[in-house]
Design a protein around this ligand. Structure first.
Ligand code: 5AD
Ligand code: SF4
Length: 453
C-alpha cells in the first residue's frame, strides 16, 4: 500500500447514490470480467452510469495483449485524471492484464490512480474500495491466487440477456513467443466441473439460452496426466441442462483440438456450428519461431476433418503479420493458406512487442510501414472471403436465437445463426429469447438480412 492525501469519508458512506462507470478495453475475457465487476459493485449499492462525469468510482478494465490496447488505456487514464479536479472524492481503479503487468509502476506513472488490481483479484474489489475510502490510501493488489476461488464468481448476466459467458479455465501454458498471457494470467487452471454446471443451471433459471464457455485454451480443460482433456465430457454434461439451447466456446488451440471434439460438432445438438481456431501464420518457419506447436499442413488437416464432420461449420481465426523474421515469402504463404481455407471471418493484427516475451529478442524486425501494408492486403482479401461466405447464406432457412432489438431500427430484432452470423429481421421485443426460423434474403459484410417464416 502507498500513502496518499486524506480523502473525506463522506463519498461512499453517505446515503446518496453512488455511481459506477466501467470501461472495458480488450477481449471477451475482459468483457466478462467487467460484467462480474458490475454485478459485484451493484450488490454493494452502486448504480451503473454511462456518463463518466457523474461517476464516484471509475474502473478501467484493461488488456495488454497488444500494444494498441495499452496505448488506449494510457489516453483514457489521462482523460479520467482530469475529472478529479472537479470531484476530489472520485476513486479511479485499473484492473485487468495491464494492471497485472505494471502493478506499482502504474501508480507511479499515473499518480491520480487510487487502485490497481490484477486479473485474480476481482472478487476482492468491494473490500479494496472500502479500504481506500476508510484510509485514503492507494492500493496495489495483484496477488495471483492459486485456487479457483477468483474465477466464476457470480452467475449474474445483465438483466434480460439471453446469452452469457462462463469462464471454465484461466491462464495458459503455451508460451507462444509473442504472447504475454501466460505471464499475466498465470498457468492453466480449470474450474471444478460441478461449479460450472451449477453456474450454468442458475443462468438457465434466469432465462439464459446460450452460453459461451471462456478460456485461453478451452481444449485443455481438466487435462489429465494421460494428456486427455475433460472438455468434451464437460460439453456433454452441459448439453443435459434444461433451458440451455446453445453452447459456444472460445478459444481453441489448433494443437489441442481432439478427434472427439471434432466429432462432437456432428453429434451434439446444442453445440453451435462455429469454431474460432487461431492460426497466426501460414508459414511453417514462422509457426516454429512463434512456438505454436503445429505445422501448416497439420492445421489444414484439422480444418479438413472439421468440415468433414460438420460441412456447414463456420471457421474464424486470428493472424499476426510482421512477426520478427517474416519475409515476403512467409507472408505469401499466409495469403495462400487463406485462399485455400477461406475463413468466415478473421481478426488480424500487426505484431507488437510485449515485455518479457521470447520474440522481443528475435532478429529480423519488420518495419511499421511493411506491417501496415501486409495488414491491408490481408484485410481486403478477408473482406472478399467474408462476403463470399455471407452471400452463400442467401436463400437458406436458418434458426436464429433472438438476442434483442436491432441497433439501427427499433422495428427489427437481431440474433445469430448457429454459425455465429448476425441476422436482422422484422420482429418485436417479445421474440427475445426465442429460436425462430428465418429466411436469409440479403448478405452484407458484417450481417445478414432475413424474414421470419
Ligand atoms: N502482437 C500482435 N498480436 C498479438 N496477439 C497476441 N499477442 C500479440 C502480439 N504481441 C493476437 C493473437 C491472438 C490474439 C488474441 O491476439 O493473434 O490470437
Ligand atoms: Fe497466448 Fe499462445 Fe496462450 Fe493463446 S495459446 S493465450 S496466444 S500463449
Amino acid at each position: 500500500m502507498m500513502e496518499k492525501g486524506n480523502k473525506s469519508l463522506g463519498s461512499l458512506t453517505g446515503l446518496d447514490k453512488k455511481y459506477l462507470y466501467v470501461q472495458t478495453i480488450g477481449c471477451q475475457m475482459n468483457v466478462h470480467d467487467s460484467e462480474q465487476i458490475v454485478a459485484l459493485m451493484e450488490k454493494e449499492g452502486y448504480v451503473c452510469t454511462k456518463n463518466v462525469n457523474q461517476a464516484d468510482l471509475i474502473i478501467l478494465n484493461t488488456c495488454s495483449i497488444r500494444e494498441k490496447a495499452a496505448q488506449k488505456v494510457n489516453s483514457q487514464l489521462g482523460r479520467f485524471r482530469r475529472l478529479k479536479e472537479k470531484n476530489e472524492n472520485l476513486i479511479i481503479g485499473v484492473g485487468g492484464c495491464l494492471a497485472q503487468q505494471m502493478g506499482e509502476r502504474l501508480i507511479t506513472k499515473v499518480p491520480d490512480l487510487d487502485l490497481v488490481f490484477g486479473t485474480h483479484n476481482i472478487h476482492q474489489l468491494p473490500e479494496l474500495i472500502v479500504e481506500i475510502e476508510r484510509t485514503g490510501r492507494k492500493i496495489v493488489e495483484t496477488t495471483v491466487h492459486e485456487s479457483t476461488q477468483s474465477i466464476g464468481l457470480l452467475a449474474l448476466p445483465p438483466i434480460g440477456r439471453v446469452t452469457a459467458f462462463v469462464t471454465i479455465m484461466q491462464g495458459c501454458n503455451n508460451f507462444c513467443a509473442y504472447c504475454v498471457v501466460p505471464y499475466l494470467r498465470g498457468r492453466e487452471e480449470s474450474r471444478d466441473i460441478d461449479d460450472i454446471l451449477h453456474e450454468i443451471s442458475n443462468l438457465s433459471d434466469q432465462g439464459v439460452k446460450e452460453i459461451t464457455l471462456l478460456g485461453q485454451n478451452v481444449n485443455s480443460y481438466a487435462r489429465k496426466r494421460s494428456g486427455e482433456s475433460g472438455f468434451v465430457d464437460l460439453l456433454h454434461e452441459i448439453e443435459k441442462i434444461e433451458g440451455i439451447e446453445r453452447i459456444r466456446f472460445t478459444t481453441s488451440h489448433p494443437k489441442d483440438i481432439s478427434e472427439s471434439l471434432i466429432a462432437s460438432f456432428a453429434e451434439m445438438k446444442k453445440l453451435c456450428k462455429h469454431i474460432h481456431l487461431p492460426v497466426q501464420s501460414g508459414s511453417d518457419r514462422i509457426l516454429a519461431l512463434m512456438n505454436r506447436g503445429y505445422t501448416r499442413s497439420e492445421y489444414l488437416a484439422k480444418i479438413e476433418k472439421l468440415r468433414k464432420s460438420c460441412p456447414d461449420i463456420s471457421i474464424t481465426s486470428d493472424v499476426i503479420v510482421g512477426f520478427p523474421g517474416e519475409t515476403d515469402g512467409d507472408f505469401q504463404e499466409t495469403i495462400d493458406m487463406m485462399n485455400e481455407i477461406r475463413f468466415d471471418s478473421l481478426f488480424s493484427f500487426k505484431y507488437s512487442e510485449r515485455e518479457g516475451t521470447a520474440a522481443l529478442n528475435m532478429s529480423g524486425k519488420v518495419t511499421e510501414p511493411l506491417k501496415l501494408e501486409r495488414l491491408r492486403v490481408l484485410q481486403s482479401l478477408q473482406e472478399e472471403h467474408t462476403l463470399e461466405k455471407n452471400r452463400a447464406m442467401v436463400g437458406r432457412q436458418e434458426k436464429i436465437l433472438v438476442e434483442g432489438l436491432s441497433k439501427n431500427c427499433r422495428e427489427d430484432v437481431m440474433g445469430r445463426t448457429s454459425t455465429n452470423k448476425i441476422v436482422n429481421f422484422g420482429g418485436s421485443i417479445e421474440l427475445v429469447g426465442e429460436i425462430v426460423p428465418v429466411f436469409i434474403k440479403e448478405a452484407y459484410l458484417h450481417s445478414l438480412r432475413g424474414e421470419m417464416l
